[in-house]
Design a protein around this ligand. Structure first.
Ligand code: PLP
Length: 395
C-alpha cells in the first residue's frame, strides 16, 4: 500500500492552491476579467530585463554542458562564489562558497535545512501568522510544530509568548520577514530580542537552537525599510533564500541555503545540508538558472509597482471599514474578516467573485490574505465589489 500521510497531502491541496484552481475554472466560466483572483503569490511584475538578456546570451554563447549538464551536487562553484561575494558585499557576513548550497527555491531550502537539523520529536517554533507549508515541511522532517502567537494588531512577534514556547526539545525557529501573509517586516529591536532569548535558552539547555531565516521576500520592501540580516545578529543562523519573488522567477525553481560560517560546527552543519539534499534528491539545482543568477546577481524587479497596488488597496479598504496592518513588504494584505469565521467571510466574498485566502491554516483565525501581486486594473475593478461586501456587513 501507499503511504497514507503522503496520500492525504496529495489528495487535499493547500487552501491557497485549492482557491487558485477554483479561480482558473471560474475564469473559464465567466471570463478572466470578471474573477477578482487574489489567491496566490505569483509575482505580477516582469523579471528584470537582465534575466532574458542573460538567458539569450548564455543559450547563444555558452557551452551546453555548462547550461544543461549536471553541476556539483551543491551547485556550480563559480555560482556559489558569486552568491557568497554578493552576500558579503551587502552584509559583510564572511560567507564563502563552502557555506552555500544551491536549491530549487525556498521550499527546497527549507525542507533540506529541516531535514539536516531535525531528529524525531525535535520541536520547531513558528511565528504566527506563517506560510502554511511550514507545517508540512517540519512534520516531514519528523519535527513537531509549536506555534507562537503574534502581537495583536501589529503582527510583530510577541516576545513573552515566544520565550514561553521554548523547551529543551526546541531545535529550530523559523522566521520569515517580510512576512507571508501579513506583509510585516520584523523590526531590528524585535530581531535583537528574539536572538537574546535564543542565546539565553541555548546556554540554559546547553545545546544549539537554530534560527532558520526564510527570505524569499527580502528584496520586496517599501519606503526604505531595512530588513536586518539575521546572520549578523545570531551565529546559529541558516538563511533560506529564493529568487522566486525577488526576480519574479517562481517557475524556474532557483534559490540557495547559506549556513552561517560563524556557527559552531558550521562545516558539519553544511555537510548535513549536503546529506539532506542528497537524501531528498535535491542535488544540482537547475544548471541554466544557476548561470543566469551568476550573470545577473544584484538585478532587481520594480517594487514600486507592488507599492502602488498596496497603497490603492490599503487606502480604499480601510476607507470601506476593513481593518489591516499596512504592509512594509512582500505583496500581501492581511485583513480582518468582517465576521469571526474567516471561511464564512470567504464564501460571501466569493459570491462577489472576490477570491481571498482564509488564514486559519496560517495560524491566525478570523483573517484573510489578499495577494496584491496582480495587475493594477484588477485591483481597481475589484474595489466596488469590496465596497459592496463591506456594506453587507453594515460598514
Ligand atoms: N516561504 C514563503 C514564506 C513563501 O511565501 C513561499 C512561497 O510562496 C515559499 C517559502 C516557497 O518559495 P519558492 O517558490 O521559492 O519555493
Amino acid at each position: 500500500m501507499y503511504n497514507e500521510k503522503m496520500y492525504s497531502l496529495g489528495s487535499k491541496r493547500s487552501i491557497i492552491r485549492e482557491i487558485f484552481e477554483y479561480c482558473k475554472q471560474r475564469a473559464l466560466e465567466i471570463g478572466k476579467d470578471k474573477v477578482f483572483d487574489f489567491s496566490i503569490g505569483n509575482p505580477s511584475v516582469e523579471p528584470p530585463k537582465a534575466i532574458s538578456e542573460a538567458i539569450m546570451d548564455l543559450t547563444k554563447n555558452a557551452d551546453s554542458v555548462l547550461l544543461h549538464g549536471y553541476t556539483s551536487a551543491q551547485g556550480d562553484l563559480s555560482v556559489r562564489q558569486a552568491i557568497a561575494k554578493h552576500i558579503n558585499d551587502r552584509f559583510s557576513a564572511g560567507v564563502s562558497e563552502n557555506n552555500i548550497y544551491m536549491t530549487c527555491g525556498a521550499a527546497a531550502s527549507l525542507t533540506i535545512s529541516l531535514k539536516a537539523l531535525f531528529n524525531a520529536g525535535d520541536e520547531c517554533i513558528l511565528f504566527a501568522p506563517f506560510f502554511t507549508e511550514y507545517r508540512v515541511f517540519v512534520e516531514n522532517a519528523s519535527g513537531v510544530v509549536i506555534v507562537s502567537k503574534p502581537m495583536e494588531k501589529t503582527f510583530q512577534i510577541d516576545i513573552a509568548d515566544f520565550e514561553s514556547k521554548i523547551t529543551e526539545k526546541t531545535k529550530a525557529v523559523i522566521i520569515n520577514s517580510p512576512n507571508n501573509p501579513s506583509g510585516v517586516v520584523y523590526s531590528e529591536e524585535t530581531i535583537k530580542s528574539v536572538c537574546a532569548i535564543l542565546e539565553k535558552k541555548q546556554a540554559e539547555y546547553n545545546h544549539p537552537i537554530y534560527l532558520i531565516a526564510d527570505e524569499p521576500y527580502r528584496e520586496l520592501v517599501y519606503d526604505d525599510i531595512c530588513v536586518p540580516y539575521i546572520m549578523n545578529y545570531y551565529n546559529n543562523t541558516i538563511v533560506c533564500y529564493s529568487f522566486s519573488k525577488s526576480l519574479s522567477l517562481p517557475g524556474e525553481r532557483i534559490g540557495y541555503i547559506a549556513v552561517n560560517p560563524k556557527m559552531e560546527n558550521s562545516n558539519e552543519i553544511y555537510l548535513s545540508v549536503c546529506g539532506a539534499g542528497r537524501s531528498l534528491g535535491y542535488v544540482c539545482a537547475p544548471s541554466l538558472f544557476q548561470q543566469v543568477i551568476k550573470k545577473t546577481i544584484g538585478a532587481k524587479c520594480d517594487v514600486n509597482i507592488y507599492k502602488e497596488n498596496r497603497d490603492i488597496l490599503y487606502k480604499n479598504l480601510t476607507e470601506y471599514g476593513y481593518e489591516c496592518v499596512k504592509p512594509d513588504g512582500a505583496f500581501y494584505l492581511f485583513v480582518k474578516a468582517l465576521e469571526p469565521d474567516a471561511y464564512k467571510f470567504f464564501e460571501k466574498a466569493k459570491k462577489k467573485e472576490i477570491l481571498v485566502v482564509p488564514c486559519d491554516d496560517f495560524g491566525v483565525s478570523g483573517y484573510v490574505r489578499i495577494a496584491y501581486c496582480v495587475d493594477k486594473e484588477r485591483i481597481i475593478n475589484a474595489l466596488p465589489a469590496f465596497k459592496a461586501l463591506a456594506k453587507e456587513y453594515n460598514k
